[in-house]
Design a protein. Structure first.
Length: 635
């Protein structure tokens, strides 16, 4: 810190001169205030005396002019006011009648003879009144004391107006001011000299103590010896010597503390950086609210999950967030307050309060999502409430699909099992003819086949999902051959023609497991016959498509499907015909989709109710030398 850096800048830097300046200012201010007070009091007394003198003269002239006014002796009035104008300080005298018209007037300027006012101006009688009064007239070039007194002899005869000059009053005030300034300067000079004499020795000792205090940063052992001085100076030296030792010890401790704090700061900075990185990349939302309910922190995932922009964060509160979630939610929404109340009431496994509440919220916007909201009460004012948001949409959908799958699987397996159980129970408890018994066994056999088909397809789907084509036997095959062999081995329903086949002239080489691909094509063809009536054709076309792919297009002219039915055709156990008149497991198209996707292909369904359905399978062509398994394939 530089000398004189504390206190007002206009004060001197040295303490002695600062004391002299402050004492001088105090003395000067006291003298100025005393002078001002004296001037004010003297001026007030002079003004009151002048006002009394003016009012007294006006009263005397009022009594003296009664008779001349009654007799109409204007000459007597002029002689009277000419005699009165010679009083000290009187500047003008006017006598007016009851209507405010002048009866006589005289004026005298400083250093000049009195002169009659030959044509004095009339005055407004409304402003004069019938009560004597005195005041200051500031309308003229110089301020003047004006006294007005009514002339009465039973009735109002007129007025006397007297003006006094204030120059003498001002001169007295000026003299008092000059005297006060001179006295202040003399007192200031004397006080400065006296302070300099009294502070010389103490300031010398204080200067030595200052030099010693500056040197306290030197190694331990610095001591201050004061040979002369007052008791206070020796006590100061002793205190500084003790402070020197204590300061050195504190300096060492402070250095150690700074080193520890720097290490802790580095650890804390690294920890904060790690937390900030975790919060930034975390898919889960985290937000904290202070004791007033205002948002203090929220990561990017929180804004994304609740559908709020980052610029809305400064104004977000726990109440506005609750309203936003309520507006965007679908179904029942108990509110965040209920979640925090649950956090306060919940008891943990060990009997302690868990301080944690959970809430499941389904939002329709900005996108359909299911959130798990975990709420906790914090221990600080800036983190009084904490919200943790986790997107459980996938888990929710998996649970829903699992429930639907189990229900559908149980339903599909129960149908053949009921038939088998019913016929076997009949055959155990009743006698039937050989022909009837054989028929019943045939139905049991067919239902067993249906059940085995469901189980086999479920196992196929499970293996394909878990192994991801690891057990597929990929090889280079001509898709024309696979399609032709599939149609040749197809068993069509009675009274139905085989599919019309259209093949390109050039080979269509693909990388495929021929057996799996044949099964997928059979499922598509089976559905084409199953959902079309006898007499309607089924066609298969193989051709090259865009983007280096080959297409297999299967078309029927059956019952067709609505867009809603087409969207669900790949769901497990879904049937476009819910009547049950057409046999099937509802797993065929699910198997087709899994097989084609594991061949890096795609499958699309286009259907129109009453017109038919078209299934398009697209597979990538082999255009260059590729390795399939241990073989090298050439385009």
């Amino acid at each position: 810190m530089t000398p004189g850096s504390s206190g007002p800048r206009w004060l001197p830097a040295r303490l002695q001169r600062r004391l002299q300046a402050l004492v001088g200012i105090a003395v000067l201010a006291t003298l100025i205030l005393h002078g001002w007070y004296t001037i004010d009091e003297q001026s007030a007394q002079a003004r009151r005396g002048l006002e009394n003198q003016a009012l007294s003269l006006a009263r005397t002239l009022s009594a003296a002019t009664e008779a001349p006014i009654i007799t109409g002796n204007l000459t007597g009035i002029e002689e009277l006011i000419l005699h009165s104008i010679n009083f000290s300080g009187v500047r003008s005298i006017r006598v007016l009648d009851a209507q405010g018209h002048p009866l006589g007037g005289v004026a005298r300027e400083p250093g000049q003879e009195a002169r009659l006012l030959l044509d004095p101006k009339p005055l407004d009688i409304e402003t004069l009144g019938r009560v004597p009064r005195v005041g200051i007239d500031r309308s003229a070039t110089h301020e003047r004391v004006v006294a007005v007194h009514p002339i009465e002899a039973g009735n109002l005869l007129g007025w006397v107006r007297v003006e006094f000059d204030t120059d003498q009053w001002r001169k007295n005030a000026t003299k008092i001011g000059i005297t006060s300034v001179v006295a202040g300067l003399l007192a200031l000079t004397g006080m400065a000299a006296l302070l300099a004499l009294l502070l010389r020795a103490p300031m010398r000792a204080l200067d030595e103590a200052r030099r010693f205090a500056v040197s306290l940063k030197a190694p331990q052992g610095q001591r201050l010896d004061v040979a002369d001085g007052s008791i206070e100076t020796h006590e100061l030296a002793q205190a500084l010597n003790q402070a020197s030792t204590a300061l050195y010890e504190s300096h060492v401790e402070l250095q150690d503390a700074v080193i520890r704090l720097r290490k802790q700061e580095t650890v804390l900075r690294d920890s904060n950086t790690q937390l900030a990185t975790i919060f930034a990349v975390s898919p889960d939302g985290l937000a904290t609210f202070d004791k007033t309910g205002r948002l203090k922190f929220a990561n990017g995932a929180f804004h994304r999950l609740v559908g709020l922009a980052a610029h809305q964060a400064p104004t977000l509160t726990i109440q506005s967030l609750d309203e936003h979630l309520r507006a965007a939610s679908t179904g029942s929404y108990p509110g965040l307050d209920a979640s925090f109340e649950d956090a306060s009431d919940r008891i943990g496994d060990q009997g302690e309060r868990s301080n944690e509440g959970r809430l499941r919220v389904s939002l329709a916007r900005p996108a359909p999502v299911v959130l798990e909201v975990v709420s906790r009460h914090g221990s600080s004012d800036s983190a009084h409430r904490l919200l943790y948001l986790r997107d459980i949409t996938h888990e929710f959908e998996v649970d829903r699909m699992k429930s639907e799958f189990l229900a559908a699987a149980a339903h599909e397996l129960r149908t053949p099992m009921s038939t088998i159980y019913g016929f076997t129970e009949l055959m155990m408890h009743a006698e039937f003819s050989a022909e009837r018994r054989q028929s019943m066994l045939g139905k049991v056999y067919r239902q067993s086949q249906a059940m085995m088909e469901i189980v086999d397809r479920l196992l196929d789907l499970s293996r394909m999902e878990s192994r991801q084509a690891s057990d597929f036997d990929f090889e280079r095959v001509d898709l024309r051959t696979v399609v032709s062999d599939t149609i040749d081995g197809l068993v069509t329903p009675e009274r139905r023609d085989r599919p019309a086949l259209a093949l390109p002239e050039t080979p269509c080489w693909v990388r495929a497991d021929a057996r799996r691909l044949t099964n997928a094509l059979k499922n598509v063809l089976s559905n084409a016959y199953k959902y079309s009536e006898a007499g309607t054709p089924v066609s298969v076309r193989v051709g090259r498509g865009a983007e280096g792919r080959v297409e297999v297009v299967v078309t029927d002219h059956g019952i067709g499907m609505t867009p809603e039915q087409s969207a669900r055709v790949f769901e497990r156990f879904y049937r476009a015909d819910p009547t049950g008149n057409r046999l099937g497991t509802g797993l065929g198209m699910s198997v087709v989709k899994e097989v084609i996707q594991l061949h890096d292909g795609s499958v699309r369904v286009d259907s129109t109710p009453g017109e038919g359905t078209t299934v398009t399978i697209r597979l990538p062509l082999i255009r260059a030398v590729e390795t399939v398994g241990s073989s090298t394939l050439a385009a």
